[in-house]
Design a protein around this ligand. Structure first.
Ligand code: 5AD
Ligand code: FES
Length: 348
């Protein structure tokens, strides 16, 4: 018996699971009513838990040095066009100070895998932020480390860790990364982080080269198994100095559908409307929230390094001061009936 679109969406919502056939249908259908229903169910699901609140995170991109060579990424080590920088501890602390005054209560320290930032330096940085801002959450996003290193950062005061798994399919993982990186290790890192007690975020790019319905299905199953607190997804956007320069970008449409699906199968998850989504469409982040996302991450990095953290081309907000981004975001969210809140924005 043929399932109606409504029955399908209700079933996904009740089971918190999706079949590969249902996924294929929702990613390809042009049925406007069905897509509208998917979006509405996702928004309602988010609102039941988080109301009309959107959480903000202050993103500090503190180094664009990276020892890895992922084919998609603009700060890969082989990209000799990248203008490299790293912020000093003082510069980073000045970002968190500014951010605190602007109402941020979560700081996300993101960087390439930069050997300069030894465990010692990371721990020192984390403990100083912890001391200055005991009421804030500290999120690290600095790649694959040993379990011991993760434990040290945690003991120094880090609470959350973002590490996108990028794809849960081994063959697809190989298409995106050189041999020195492995999916197995990446997944192990996520399990280690969870075991230590971090709030953990995984995620992937939408429309990365080699992605199929099957690989996306595996991503969703991985999310169901890991049950992360956060899931970061955004469209793949080619960067001109990478091996994927000529690959097509992911689309906003697919990203929005996947945001809604993820909201339905993992109702409580913290789900950002990402900068990449804002980059491929001027209203991308608003539409992300209107598809079930509930987090935005304005940039707190100093303006003079902003345009150097180029994971992909045409990144937005590279000329804006922290305060501009903060209030721009507040207005954008207000314009669609959402309130940006001053709080750590913990998983409920
Ligand atoms: N397009 C979109 N997202 C990208 N990322 C890296 N390169 C790109 C790109 N070209 C994402 C990856 C990484 C996160 C920090 O940014 O998913 O985990
Ligand atoms: Fe950065 Fe609008 S969010 S300028």
């Amino acid at each position: 018996m043929q399932q109606t679109a409504r029955e399908m969406i209700q079933e996904i919502k009740c089971r918190r699971d999706i079949s590969i056939e249902q996924l294929e249908y929702l990613l390809t259908t042009e049925n406007k009513d069905c897509l509208e229903m998917l979006r509405e169910e996702a928004v309602q699901t988010a609102q039941k838990i988080y109301g009309n609140q959107v959480f903000i995170r202050g993103l500090i991109e503190f180094t664009n040095y990276c020892k890895n060579d992922c084919y998609y990424c603009g700060i890969r080590r082989s990209n000799h066009c990248a203008d490299r920088y790293r912020l000093t501890k003082e510069e980073i602390l000045s970002c968190t100070d500014t951010g605190y005054k602007l109402g941020f209560r979560t700081f996300v320290l993101q960087g390439g895998e930069d050997p300069y930032f030894t465990d010692e330096r990371i721990c020192e940085l984390v403990s100083e932020i912890r001391q200055k801002h005991p009421d804030c959450a500290i999120t690290l996003s600095i790649g694959e480390k040993s379990k011991e290193s993760y434990q040290r950062y945690f003991d120094a005061g880090a609470d959350r860790y973002l590490l996108r798994h990028e794809t849960a399919n081994g063959t697809h993982y190989r298409r995106l990364h050189p041999d020195e990186l492995s999916l197995e290790h990446r997944k192990q890192c996520l399990w280690d982080l969870k075991e230590i007690g971090y709030q953990v975020g995984c995620g992937f790019m939408v429309g990365s080269p080699g992605q199929t319905t099957e690989t996306l299905y595996e991503d969703l199953q991985f999310i169901r198994k890991l049950m992360p607190h956060m899931v970061g997804i955004g469209p793949f956007i080619p960067q001109k100095d990478t091996p994927f320069a000529r690959e097509p970008a992911g689309t906003m449409e697919q990203t929005l559908r996947l945001l809604s699906i993820i909201r339905l199968i993992h109702p409580h998850v913290l789900l950002p409307a990402t900068t990449a989504l804002g980059t491929i469409h001027p209203k991308g982040r608003e539409l992300g929230i209107q598809s079930g996302a509930n987090v935005v991450m304005p940039n707190l990095s100093p303006v003079d390094v902003r345009d150097k953290y180029k994971l992909y081309d045409n990144k937005i907000c590279t000329g804006d001061e922290a305060a501009e981004c903060r209030f721009c975001m507040e207005n954008r969210m207000k314009s669609i009936g959402y309130q940006v809140v001053v709080s750590r924005g913990d998983y409920i």
